[in-house]
Design a protein around this ligand. Structure first.
Ligand SMILES: C[S@@+](CC[C@H](N)C(=O)[O-])C[C@H]1O[C@@H](n2cnc3c(N)ncnc32)[C@H](O)[C@@H]1O
Length: 325
């Protein structure tokens, strides 16, 4: 066990800081944050008193934001990580990349190296045997290729001796004004019959509380785009977020549709006239305002589009802690 305050050397030479006041006494106290991004899991776990002992992400901008906010220097490419050099941890958290799952079932036939990244989690879990895992991905993971991919994932985790459960959760039911459905997979070495998912929905925070009062004028769209949007759509919601789908259809809601890392620039517009600011995107994902914004607008758009909504991560981690009480 890595002790509070200890400093360890990661396999890629960076220092893993393990200090902090939040050390949680109890059976589970530490976590590793694989594919950490800007730290949705970190915020959720730290708020429950857990200590981060290791993080990694291949994206240098995300690593810089993580370091600036949490004082942990994440490693880079997970495929270069030698688990023998990692500290011990109780919970493995991972929001693994979701692009190429259509080919995950046939591992040898894979042409996209990103498709193998789930197996990096298995590789590390096999070596470290954390007491629990909390994984997150897009809702579609459950159903693509007739569910075969998902079954394979669950089977591989069970084969390591874990009891597994999963649930599709929507951020809208967890207090955030964002429709974002994600599958949360939980796995524990301790057996359980029923995983304690939250029984009740939390009312959505009003969109007005997420929007900034005086956003910079650089977020306004051009008069031409604004005119085209207003000609195509009349909204019943003020404030509202206008969403343009791939077919060009526009709808509006008193909440945001899912933030996406690679979406077009103007697919979400506040009241049909301006883009969301970085702070608003972070709030829509449940990041507190103390989170420091590192990077430019397009980096933050990508980072927030990739992040796990904090209350979803927290619901899953809370359940894991309950099982271990
Ligand atoms: C879905 S995002 C996870 C975001 C994170 N949970 C958060 O709350 O910000 C997946 C992350 O995996 C990272 N990634 C992709 N390939 C990787 C690799 N080979 N090694 C480490 N990280 C990788 C991406 O840069 C991205 O930040």
């Amino acid at each position: 066990m890595t002790l509070d305050g200890e400093i360890g050397q990661s396999p890629q030479g960076t220092i893993v800081k393990v200090g902090g006041a939040n050390y949680r006494p109890g059976s589970l106290s530490t976590f590793a944050d694989l594919f950490c991004g800007i730290g949705g899991f970190h915020i959720a776990a730290a708020a429950l008193g857990l200590q981060c002992v290791y993080a990694c992400d291949i994206d240098a901008d995300a690593r810089a934001a993580y370091q600036a906010n949490f004082g942990v220097d994440p490693d880079g490419d997970i495929s270069l990580v030698d688990p023998a050099h990692l500290p011990e941890f109780d919970i493995l958290c991972a929001g693994f990349p979701c692009q190429p799952f259509s080919i995950i079932g046939d591992r040898r036939g894979m042409s996209d190296p990103r498709g193998t990244l789930f197996f990096e989690i298995i590789r590390i879990a096999k070596a470290k045997r954390p007491a629990a895992m909390v994984l997150e991905n897009v809702r579609q993971l459950v159903t693509i290729r007739g569910g075969q991919v998902f079954q394979r994932i669950i089977r591989d985790i069970r084969a390591l001796g874990y009891t597994v459960d999963y649930k599709v959760l929507n951020a809208l039911n967890f207090g955030l004004p964002q429709k974002r459905e994600r599958v949360l997979i939980v796995a524990t070495l301790k057996r359980f019959a029923d995983f304690p998912w939250p029984a009740r929905k939390k009312p959505m925070k009003p969109l007005a509380k997420v929007l900034e009062n005086k956003p910079d004028s650089r977020y306004l769209v051009s008069p031409r785009i604004r005119r085209a949007r207003c000609a195509a759509h009349k909204s019943l919601h003020k404030p509202g977020i206008w969403h343009e789908n791939k077919g060009g259809n526009i709808s509006s809601h008193p909440f945001s549709c899912a933030l996406r890392a690679g979406a077009s620039y103007n697919y979400l517009l506040v009241d049909g006239k301006r883009r969301l600011t970085p702070r608003e995107m972070l709030r829509l994902q449940g990041f507190p305002d103390r989170f420091k914004i590192i990077g430019n607008d397009s980096q933050v758009r990508k980072q927030t589009g990739n992040a796990v909504p904090v209350p979803l991560a927290q619901a899953a981690i809370k359940g894991v802690l309950k099982i271990h009480e």
